[in-house]
Design a protein around this ligand. Sequence first.
Ligand code: PFF
Length: 457
Amino acid sequence: MADTNQSIHGEWSSRFAFILAATGSAVGLGNIWKFPYITGENGGGAFVIVYLICVAAIGIPIMIAETMMGRRGRQSPINTLKSLTEEAGGHTHWHYLGWLGVIAGFLILSYYSVIAGWSMAYVIKAFTGSFSGESATQISSMFSDLQASPLQQTFWHTIFMVATMAVVARGVKGGLEKAVRFLMPGLFILLMLLVAYAMTTGAYLQGLEFLFKPDFSELTAASVLTAMGHAFFTLSLGMGAIMVYGSYLPKNISIAKTAIMIAGADTLVALLAGIAIFPIVFSNGLEAGSGPGLIFETLPIAFGSMTGGGLFGILFFVLLVFAALSSAISLIEPAVAWCVEHYEVERKQACIGMGFVTWLLGMGTVFSFNEWSDVTIFGANFFEALDYLTANLMLPLGGLFIALFAGRIMLAKDSKDELDLGNDTLFDVWRFLVSYVAPAAVFIVFLNVLGVFGIFS
Ligand code: PFF
């Protein structure tokens, strides 16, 4: 088995580097763009509680499982699953789980890049002072104009994809690690600043109440699925991103502690984003459930009216772009690593091929906001359908099988050796969570959406 070897793709230089990279993968548009708007669409507090429970009971155990599997397999998720299956004497079909992840990564990155492109467009708007003194309505129409323009969106989507592939092409230490070192602290400081601004809006308490006061009558089966899907999305789980990062992890590092830290940081950033955004929404009479444009229609109001807002606006959107970049690179890394292993091509070549296919698919999302806005699948446009398919179905399904693999297929002695928790009870608790609790929870939420139980429907 490859557990004492290094990955052919390289290795993180330290535990801290892994934490930064994995946190970089987890913290991204999911926290700052998606969490607030889906919370707004799903009624607030009760949704947030379900999401937090999913992070703790399903997300953290699966994050431990993915990291552990990656470190033991030391290859791209597809090949890691192959060799771990061999080691455990399981059925060869398990490597399709790696494929599910690679495809999910492609699909997510294709629309992720378009939204990151919006953030890039907003850096320029902040730079040219477009927000200053504008009303909520004017800021809102600024966003609709961007959405209506395929040309502008294509431009930014292209730049973001090129940037992503350029970082990935540089490899583990040179690219991925360097890019995330300064991002996380900067983003955190700016979010705190926005929270401070939110306190001055006069709707701070209303915002907090919306976010934290649960009204379970607002909860539907669909919103429980969205909360669970988002727990996977925000922690980058269910598709092999954390697994491939785990494969670059040196041997002597405690996986469990690290996973808890990463999930904690990710959750904190999402909650801070919510605490900053909802007071701005309510104090300006905006709609909490207005959808994917929420942060682009609210935060510029804050930047337009606070002292020094011009500068903070630029900094904020720059950091958001970087946070998106450090997530984007992890979305495509499993595919690139597999290409390098399978076709024995250079990283660079793999990046060009993968990047182009993803870019092309992303054009579907660009058009879904304008030319193709009438084209719908089950009532959803192209972007909404992709988002639903990946976040609500593919990631939880991938997570369910990863949990089963770690808990039921891998031999207990192997996972115990790899995790090295130093405490048998803790190991048993983790194994129970991944073998039974996480798979059962995902399964029940799926069945519930199909109307089998009728809970919260
Ligand atoms: N976790 C990222 C975010 O919250 O923006 C998105 C993401 C990255 C999802 C990597 C899945 C993934 F594998």
